[in-house]
Design a protein. Structure first.
Length: 743
């Protein structure tokens, strides 16, 4: 790492949200540019920057700052230049000169220790004195907080995020309980907080440290693996490993957390204890009770003339429902809560259209889905507007906070929610809270797909409970019988090998023996061979390719993992060009036109969406949202992404870490999406990822064409591997326990 001693000349750009700054500085007689997350710096300040020199394609030589040390000015001229720089409210050039004339070299000491003496300066009264004193205090506290945090190895951008969250109390809060960071600040894990805590002298066997580890393990299990609880012994084992401590050393702190209601415990039938985060424990209980309320509020067989109405729909559409499909429609019309589940080609969409048409005659029906892309597909399939669940519930900018709630329920007689396998426990609770008893709820989804990103396994738990009326569709709708995508998906789901060698179908397999050969073939298929095969017009090929052909991978690492394929596909589909802006952030290079994906829920980021001549505004972008970079300003590390639901979102240095290139997606991230063409390597990887339901999920993302590249034995291995890492949930049990519930 290099060091640069410089005098600040001025600030070319500063983002107040995350501190990203572009400075001009004087190094000897040379003028240089420094970029990075920094506190506000005034003209004339002496700073030692640490970092590295880079060459920007548009702006030339820059010093990218990764740390800094501010040296207080020592000369009278330096002090005056700092005061008049604009950093201190209430101080202009004239006032700065008067302050320095009055206090001389003691000026900074007076401002920090005896600001009341400012009234000795001609022209400064008590009101102005208070303004100057408060502004100086805030400026110094912000700087001290950033220096303090960076001294523990925290990056400038993360330090700025922490400082912005805690303000003047940053140093006090972090020193009193550094483990708060891993609970309250995105991007801070237990190891980072623990490094700070141990460096501050917190004893390795401190009960506070152990309690923090226990809470973190539960939080991490929910966020990364979807667990609602952990068995007590597993929690203790994992925390002990994290702490490098004995298992028994963790038992007393766990008891303290349970006694203080920080965590919740339940005893299972086999006598073992389950340990929950209280909000997930409460959410499961509430979801079960609210489902019971909805079920009890509508008496069965309330919908008159269902059989005649279904027959009339068949006649109008020129179709014939199977007996199972007719029964599904009838029961959906006549019950308070109903679940329709089935694989591709089983007629779920046609059934939704029938239910929608029959109910809409006398009822207001609202359509929704968990993601923007899934809602867009639902709109296209039904001809009626579908919204994301967040939009339906009028999300208001805080995690789990919606304007639609029991006091202001959704104004609809029936809610149809598609892609229900993606709805996690907390989102389901929010949806149910916004429905009045008497509102029908119809959940539609494929329970054999991968579960939600968030905690819980709601759709599968509801089905497994046996308490909610449901229809399991297994018969392939006759219009889909010719699709090998549909046929093979059902074969895979039954544990049978797909048909790989048929010609002139929508399912292809290309044999390759090595990872490198497979990666090369996947790239060639997407960039040249498939666009030619699909007869994309030459002048439209790049745009059509990026929008219509999606690479999916079971793994993130290796030659055929998400990371490596994204680099190869970006280089082929959106290479660097003279005049095309690009922005390097950590190890990622973003270019104008790149396809990107949001990788975590950001509840605060603002967005705009054009609606006719007006602009709709809101906040919140969610894990799995995919879009394209439409504008970019590398100088300020700022870019704009237009997502599938037409939301324009501006990203800056503080939240660029939430974006990844998306020419290739993991199968997990592709949930809820549908692409005309899917290409996937099947060449190997960790056993836990090469599973039947992952292969099934990947194939069912394709509408028109699937191409698998790799080895047949890997496909066979995935088909035969029906092992699923079961999520620890108890919603099914709670639904059974509330069987006697009466509203």
């Amino acid at each position: 790492m290099e060091h640069l001693e410089a005098i600040v000349q001025g600030t070319v750009f500063r983002n107040e949200e995350n501190g990203w700054s572009v400075l001009t500085v004087k190094v000897g007689r040379r003028d240089e540019t420094v970029v990075g997350s920094l506190p506000e710096l005034g003209s004339g300040e002496q700073v030692t920057f640490s970092g590295e020199w880079t060459e920007h394609r548009n702006y030339g030589r820059q010093f990218r700052c990764q740390g800094f040390e501010i040296h207080p000015p020592t000369t009278l001229l330096g002090i005056e230049r700092y005061l008049r720089s604009g950093l201190i409210k209430g101080v202009g050039p004239t006032t700065a000169a008067r302050i320095v004339k009055t206090f001389g070299e003691e000026t900074l000491d007076v401002l920090s220790e005896h600001p009341e003496r400012l009234v000795e300066v001609p022209g400064i009264g008590r009101k102005t004195m208070l303004l100057i004193a408060e502004s100086f205090l805030q400026n110094q506290a912000s700087r001290q907080a950033l220096v303090f945090l960076q001294s523990y190895g925290i990056s400038p951008s993360l330090a700025e995020k922490i400082s912005k969250r805690y303000g003047l109390r940053t140093q006090e809060i972090v020193q009193s309980d550094p483990y708060r960071l891993c609970e309250e600040i995105d991007g801070v894990g237990f190891k980072t907080a623990d490094r700070i805590g141990l460096a501050m002298g917190i004893a390795p066997d401190s009960e506070g440290r152990i309690r923090a580890a226990l809470k973190y393990v539960l939080l991490d299990a929910a966020a990364e693996r979807g667990h609602v609880f952990l068995p007590e012994e597993e929690l203790l084992r994992t925390a002990a490993g994290l702490l490098q401590a004995g298992l028994d050393r963790c038992r007393t702190p766990l008891t303290e957390l349970l006694v203080g209601s920080v965590l919740t415990a339940e005893t299972a039938e086999d006598g073992t204890r389950r340990i929950y985060l209280p909000r997930l424990w409460r959410a499961e209980k509430e979801v079960a009770l609210r489902i019971r309320e909805l079920m009890a509020a509508i008496a069965p067989n309330r919908f008159a003339g269902a059989a005649r109405a279904i027959s009339a729909f068949e006649k109008r559409r020129g179709i014939t429902f199977s007996a199972n499909q007719r029964e599904a429609i009838r029961r959906a019309l006549e019950t308070g809560v109903f679940v329709i589940t089935g694989g591709p080609g089983t007629g779920k969409t046609t059934i939704i259209n029938c239910i929608l048409e029959l109910l809409s005659q006398d009822n207001k029906v609202a359509l929704c889905a968990p993601t923007g892309r899934a809602a867009k597909r639902m709109t296209e399939a039904t001809g009626q507007e579908a919204q994301t669940i967040h939009r339906l519930l009028e999300y208001n900018g805080e995690e789990g906070a919606f304007s639609r709630n029991p006091e202001k329920p959704v104004e609809a007689d029936c809610i149809i929610a598609d892609e229900a396998s993606m709805i996690d426990l907390l989102l389901m609770r929010s949806l149910l809270r916004a429905l009045e008893p008497g509102t029908r709820l119809i959940l539609v989804g494929d329970a054999d797909q991968l579960p939600s990103v968030g905690a819980g396994n709601v759709l599968r738990d509801i089905l497994e409970s046996g308490e909610v009326s449901c229809a399991r569709l297994t018969e392939i709708y006759r219009q889909s019988e010719t699709s090998r995508i549909v046929v093979n998906a059902h074969l895979i789901n039954r544990g049978e090998m797909p048909l790989l060698n048929e010609k002139d179908t929508d399912f292809f397999f290309e044999r390759k023996n090595t990872w490198a050969e497979t990666a090369k073939s996947v790239t060639a298929l997407i960039t040249t061979r498939l666009p030619k095969y699909l007869k994309y017009p030459e002048n439209e090929q790049p745009a059509l390719t990026v929008r219509n052909i999606q690479a999916l991978s079971p793994t993130r690492k290796g030659d055929c993992g998400v990371s490596a394929l994204n680099l190869m596909l970006q280089a082929a589909l959106n290479p660097p060009q003279e005049g095309k802006p690009e922005l390097k952030w950590n190890d990622t290079v973003f270019r104008l036109g790149d396809k990107v994906i949001q990788t975590r829920n950001n509840y605060q980021i603002p967005w705009q969406r054009r609606t006719g001549r007006d602009w709709e505004e809101g906040v919140g972008v969610f894990n799995g949202d995919v879009g394209f970079i439409t504008r970019m300003d590398p100088e300020s590390s700022r870019l704009t992404v237009c997502f599938d639901d037409e939301k324009d979102v501006v990203y800056e240095s503080g939240n660029l870490e939430d974006l990844e290139i998306a020419y290739c997606l993991s199968v997990h991230k592709s949930q809820g999406s549908e692409f005309p063409v899917v290409v996937m390597p099947v060449i190997g990887g960790p056993q836990m990822l090469l599973t039947r339901n992952l292969l099934y999920t990947a194939m069912t993302r394709a509408r028109n064409l699937v191409v698998l590249v790799g080895r047949e034995e890997i496909i066979r291995q995935m088909v035969e591997n029906d092992h699923e890492v079961r999520r620890n949930t108890t919603l099914a049990d709670r639904l059974r326990e509330t069987a006697e519930y009466v509203s």
